[in-house]
Design a protein around this ligand. Structure first.
Ligand SMILES: CC(C)(COP(=O)(O)OP(=O)(O)OC[C@H]1O[C@@H](n2cnc3c(N)ncnc32)[C@H](O)[C@@H]1OP(=O)(O)O)[C@@H](O)C(=O)NCCC(=O)NCCS
Length: 220
């Protein structure tokens, strides 16, 4: 089921479909923010890092055409600020998706990402009819943990060596929201100050476990 990629807006933050002519400005932003992004960047265990931005955009758009993703550019006051991808969209008895994001360092700390995540989540719940949204974050990524905390994504647990990031399998804390947890949408709930204060609390056991790498027999 191909999906229309909408344009979503709240104040100075706009989410819009990525397009091939974003390749150059996107590449510039990615290169200028190399040291800011590298630590959190998804990598492949089987291939070197791909810096072909046009090919990446084509692949994101093909995935969207197949109904599995919503690849957004995040704009702030009309400038390209970052990306938000809704991926792994599943329908039927799962009806869920995952969200990933980044913003350039110059746009950090202005609530751009929580606004973008709230807009995308509300779209997935109320327009696509999805039931559950997930965000997984490395334990060390305090700024990203603040994003889910602001929006009240519920802490669901530690996944050991879950995603290949910056050249190795990394532990992740996972957070989820199901649509029936909300009465007024993620954005409205946040703006109205209605986010439950303890939703995102990570258990001390998981914090302690994440501080020690999982023993491995061999590095693949
Ligand atoms: C994580 C990230 C997306 C947050 O986006 P954002 O739009 O800055 O989100 P917020 O404005 O809500 O800021 C979140 C926290 O970042 C921290 N922060 C703010 N400005 C910052 C800066 N210049 N540098 C580092 N951290 C900063 C603050 O702790 C802030 O929390 P606060 O608002 O309670 O003070 C962004 O830091 C980023 O793109 N980082 C690199 C890529 C990445 O980590 N992607 C996510 C992988 S899961």
């Amino acid at each position: 089921m191909p999906i229309t990629i909408p344009t979503l807006k709240e104040g100075p933050v706009v989410l819009r479909a990525i397009r091939l002519r974003d390749a150059r400005p996107l590449e510039r932003a990615l290169l200028e923010n190399r040291s800011w992004l590298r630590q959190w960047e998804a990598t492949s265990p089987h291939a070197p890092m791909n810096f072909d931005t046009r090919a990446s955009i084509r692949s994101l758009l093909a995935n969207a055409r197949a109904g599995h993703g919503l690849p957004f550019i995040i704009e702030y006051e009309g400038k390209l600020a970052g990306q938000l991808n809704v991926s792994s969209i599943a329908y039927g008895s799962l009806s869920s998706a995952t969200i990933g994001y980044w913003v350039a360092e110059e746009f950090a700390g202005r609530n751009v990402t929580p606004t973008a995540v709230a807009l995308a989540t509300d779209y997935c719940f109320y327009q696509l009819g999805l039931h559950r949204m997930e965000i997984c974050i490395r334990p060390e990524n305090e700024p990203s943990l603040r994003v889910v905390e602001k929006l009240g994504f519920r802490y669901e647990g530690l996944r050991r060596r879950y995603i290949h990031i910056n050249g190795d399998w990394r532990d992740h804390f996972c957070f989820g929201l199901v649509s029936e947890e909300l009465t007024q949408g993620v954005l409205r709930r946040w703006v109205d100050g209605g986010v439950p204060p303890d939703a995102t609390v990570i258990t001390p056991e998981d914090r302690a476990a994440a501080a020690h790498p999982l023993p491995i027999q061999r590095n693949l």
